[in-house]
Unconditional design. Structure first.
Length: 79
């Protein structure tokens, strides 16, 4: 048996009087006006910097570890 008839799509002119709400364009500087976001951004930057510096230091110090090459590789992998 044939499928049941479906309703026809509404004409384009039926929706022409409706306007979609536009999102307000917000840039990076407008986001930094909120003190909570500014604080969170500063904390994330500090964390990124300190973790990167610690990882870089451990990587540069790894040849001086008193372990074998394999154990040092496992320890670097765990960090």
């Amino acid at each position: 048996s044939p499928p049941p008839p479906q309703d026809e799509a509404p004409a384009d002119d039926e929706f022409s009087d409706r306007e979609e709400p536009r999102a307000e364009a917000r840039g990076f500087l407008s986001e930094m006006c909120d003190p909570r976001l500014r604080f969170r951004f500063a904390v994330m930057c500090f964390n990124w910097f300190s973790i990167s510096l610690a990882f870089y230091g451990l990587t540069m110090f790894s040849p001086n570890l008193p372990f074998s090459v394999y154990v040092g590789n496992v320890i670097s992998g765990l960090v």
